[in-house]
Design a protein around this ligand. Structure first.
Ligand code: FMN
Ligand code: SF4
Length: 786
């Protein structure tokens, strides 16, 4: 507050300041001395009245080592015993501690801070440590090594003074172990006080092997938006040792031990940087034994330290940092390529000559490039920036670029998240529900509401680019965004064949995964549904109608989700099995905050899309998809949403609670767990919306629910026959109608309305097919309590 705020005039304030300065100059020495005296007295007082602080003492790591008994491994020579491991440096220098320091990164240094572990209070009895030795093996050697290693480890740990802490190491073949049991969270201990220490012995194979499944699981668990990004952080630590063959793969760049490196990286992420000891690597034909002996020596030091202190402490140099073997975060723009309007160089735009010509141009360029869709000499830039003036042609001098070039940060980031990039702007990813359905563990809500088979569903997009940056987007902000298509256009057949091929490849990788049902696996080799909602904006792709025709020709249904930002493309869209528009807010301000659209005229575009949907409601099965984000678009917005429904009159309204993805993207958008509505809150909202619709005389009712994914379906009375909901789709009828009447044919959603919605899917019954087995996040069966 300034001086005027206190009611003093500036001249009085100036005089007071002058007087204070005079006082200080005259008496500064006594003032300083008396302040020091007061502080001294205060310090003495606190010293005698406070509880003494406990001093942090470094544990004596090597005490009692001289009493260690020499232990011999099973084969008498293959692996060093603890004494062998530890004595090497001592022998070389005569001074154990300095020798160990010279021996490289084996020692734990620095203060050890013992943190209370989560859940420690809840368990009884003395704490035990269980080491788990995981391995994979194709040609027989690693299995043998794993057994010898576990035995040697057990012997070494038993020789310790405090040997009672460590339980007998357990050996687990990753081809048989249930990943959900060990690699989503640590195993449950049923109240026993057990901490886990993971050790992984991993050969690398440049062919399809169980390693690929395992890596896929680690990667997906980390990126699973429903799970914390470091769900293995309760483990005490982990370390990986890799086997390879230098004869075939001489260097790391050429693939030596590449999969062990990958596993090490993902374990660092999943465990929240609990790498207890650096990754070891060895060529079993040459230096394998030696390298492993070194690794084991260092590891034993760490295990002893962990036993004594309860944690890793500062850790071994080189441990604990996942980025050391990870280039993911190098991506300094967070993988997001923003092409905003106006970023292109001046003078690149020319007069539009009409949309038809533009499409023909694209065709010509594609034809000139053959079916490969390779770069053309002239760029195609289709401007979607201002609604109503689409397909503005530009002929810039610069060469046309690929949207997601190979080896670009975006490409790397997307592939690491499990996407397969097809051509230069399309992607496909096998969805979690597809995997879940393959194992008979439940399907997605579209199965309950519309009868799609999740295990026969392909999730894809022909455009990885989007014109929004929604706060709840779980794509980790890695997809390119832009208002203008200014990239190479790949032909639809290249995309269609590419996405199918990659989808099947991923399905095949599920063969042999524990729990996969044989009949579902063979059914999955025939794609029946396509969810065009993966990432980006599918109708951004100039050949979306041709792409849809290819899907439909193979009798693959299409569920297309668009973001209500491209009215002209929406208007030009031919028949799809179900057409979605994302309705992320009920008013302009809320929409701006939540979707963060790039278009200036986003609200006008949005409204125009609703009008198109209204006009199309007797031709397309239209759906509003609402994603509820607490604090953003829920509170007091039911009436606003009812107004939008009144405007668009969709056949269905899907209401879904947002799923928190726990990424920097969401946190930078200000999202936390508190923004995720609980299912009862979603139910309350839906009831309020239903009431608001009835108030407006609109005939909608709550038709179905899928509590498992926090999703509820409101349907128009058009799909209620004799008091029963008919939300299921008759897919055969849809394809027959298409074949008979063509992609623009005159037929209505009612014409392919399917049978009654199953009882278990209707409102009040949960929506989980009783023929599937409900499991928790770790794959354990859930017993329903009635
Ligand atoms: C089919 C096959 C592919 C391999 N690919 C690689 C590789 O890419 N990089 C590497 O360092 N070693 C590679 N190796 C070598 C193995 O990792 C090494 O021989 C290992 O010790 C085999 O362990 P196992 O007998 O337990 O299967 C490969 C071996 C096989 C049989
Ligand atoms: S519809 Fe979506 S969630 Fe369901 S199986 Fe297909 S891709 Fe997965």
């Amino acid at each position: 507050m300034d001086s005027e705020g206190w009611g003093f005039s500036p001249s009085i304030m100036a005089r007071v300041a002058e007087y204070a300065m005079e006082l200080w100059h005259e008496h500064r020495i006594p003032i300083i001395l008396s302040t020091l005296f007061v502080l001294g007295v205060l310090r003495i007082y606190l010293h005698y009245t406070e509880e003494p602080q406990r001093l942090l003492v470094l544990p004596k790591l090597y005490e009692g080592k001289s009493q260690d008994k020499e232990k011999v491994a099973e084969d008498g020579k293959s692996f060093p015993t603890e004494k062998e491991s530890l004595k090497q440096p001592t022998e070389s220098s005569g001074d154990e501690k300095s020798a160990k320091r010279k021996a490289g990164p084996r020692r734990i240094k620095g203060d050890i801070t013992k943190k209370a572990r989560a859940g420690a209070e809840a368990t009884k009895g003395p704490r035990k440590i269980q080491t788990l030795v995981f391995y994979t093996c194709l040609t027989g050697s690693t299995e043998k090594i794993a057994k010898q290693f576990a035995q040697s480890l057990e012997d070494s740990l038993k020789a310790k003074e405090t040997s009672s802490t460590y339980l007998t190491p357990k050996i687990l073949d990753l081809a048989e172990a249930d990943y959900d049991e060990y690699f989503i969270t640590p195993p449950k201990t049923d109240g026993e006080s057990i901490d886990y220490f993971y050790l992984l012995l991993l050969p690398s194979y440049n062919i399809d092997s169980i390693n690929d499944n395992f890596l896929e699981h680690l990667r997906e668990t980390h990126h699973d938006f429903r799970i914390d990004t470091s769900p293995l952080s309760p483990i005490l630590g982990y370390s990986v040792f890799g086997f390879g063959d230098r004869e075939g793969w001489p260097t790391e760049e050429e693939g030596f031990c590449f999969q062990a490196k990958e596993v090490d990286k993902w374990m660092a992420k999943l465990s929240g940087r609990k790498r207890a000891y650096p990754l070891g690597m060895g060529d079993w034909k040459t230096d394998g034994k030696e390298r492993m002996a070194e690794w084991q020596t260092g590891l034993l030091d760490v295990l002893q330290h962990v036993e004594e202190t309860g944690g890793l402490g500062e850790g071994v140099p080189g441990s604990g940092n996942p980025i050391e073997s990870d280039d993911e975060e190098i991506d300094d723009d967070d993988g997001e390529v923003v092409f905003e309007e106006g970023t292109e160089s001046k003078g690149t735009k020319q007069k539009s000559s009409g949309s038809l010509e533009d499409v023909e141009d694209i065709g010509r360029i594609m034809a000139a490039n053959g079916s490969t869709g390779k770069k053309s000499s002239a760029p195609i830039a289709i401007d979607f920036t201002t609604e109503g003036k689409t397909n503005k042609k530009t002929t810039a001098a610069a060469a046309v670029k690929e949207m997601v070039p190979k080896n670009s940060p975006t490409y790397n980031s997307l592939t690491k998240q499990g996407y397969s990039i097809v051509g230069s702007h399309s992607g496909v990813k096998i969805c979690r529900w597809t995997k879940s359905a393959l194992r008979g563990r439940g399907s997605c809500y579209k199965y309950s509401f519309y009868g799609i088979n999740s295990h026969q569903c392909m999730e894809t997009t022909p455009s990885l680019s989007c014109s929004n940056k929604c706060v709840f987007c779980w794509r980790h902000g890695t997809n390119p965004v832009g208002t203008t298509w200014r990239w190479v256009v790949d032909p639809p057949d290249l995309i269609f064949n590419g996405v199918k091929e990659n989808h099947y490849k991923k399905i095949k990788m599920m063969r042999g995964v524990p729990g996969v049902r044989a009949e579902r696996f063979s059914e999955a080799m025939r794609i029946r549904h396509c969810a065009l909602s993966l990432v980006g904006e599918p109708i951004f792709y100039p050949y979306i109608n041709e792409f849809l025709a290819m899907l439909h020709k193979e009798r693959i249904s299409s569920f297309l989700v668009c973001n209500a930002q491209h009215p002209d493309q929406l208007a030009a869209l031919t028949h799809v099995t179900q057409l979605y528009v994302s309705i992320d807010a009920s008013n302009k301000e809320s929409l701006r905050r939540i979707d963060r659209p790039l278009h200036r005229d986003f609200w006008e575009r949005f409204q125009k899309c609703l009008d198109i949907l209204r006009e199309r409601r007797f031709r397309q099965r239209t759906v509003f998809r609402l994603t509820l984000v607490k604090g953003f678009n829920v509170e007091d917005e039911a009436e606003g949403y009812a107004d939008l429904v009144e405007r668009g009159l969709p056949c269905f309204v899907e209401i879904k609670g947002v799923t928190y993805c726990g990424t920097s993207t969401s946190s930078s958008a200000g999202l936390t767990m508190s923004n995720v509505p609980f299912y009862p809150e979603v139910c309350d909202f839906v009831l309020a919306l239903e009431k608001a619709l009835l108030k407006r005389g609109l005939k909608y009712g709550i038709a179905a629910e899928h509590a498992h994914s926090c999703c509820i379906l409101l349907a128009s009375d058009r799909f209620n026959v004799n008091g029963k909901w008919h939300t299921i789709i008759d897919y055969d009828k849809f394809f027959n109608l298409l074949e008979e009447k063509g992609p623009d044919g005159d037929f209505t959603p009612e014409d392919y309305m399917g049978p009654e919605t199953p009882e278990w899917a209707t409102w009040g019954n949960g929506g989980f097919d009783p023929r599937d087995q409900r499991v928790d996040r770790k794959g354990k069966p859930i017993v329903e309590v009635s």
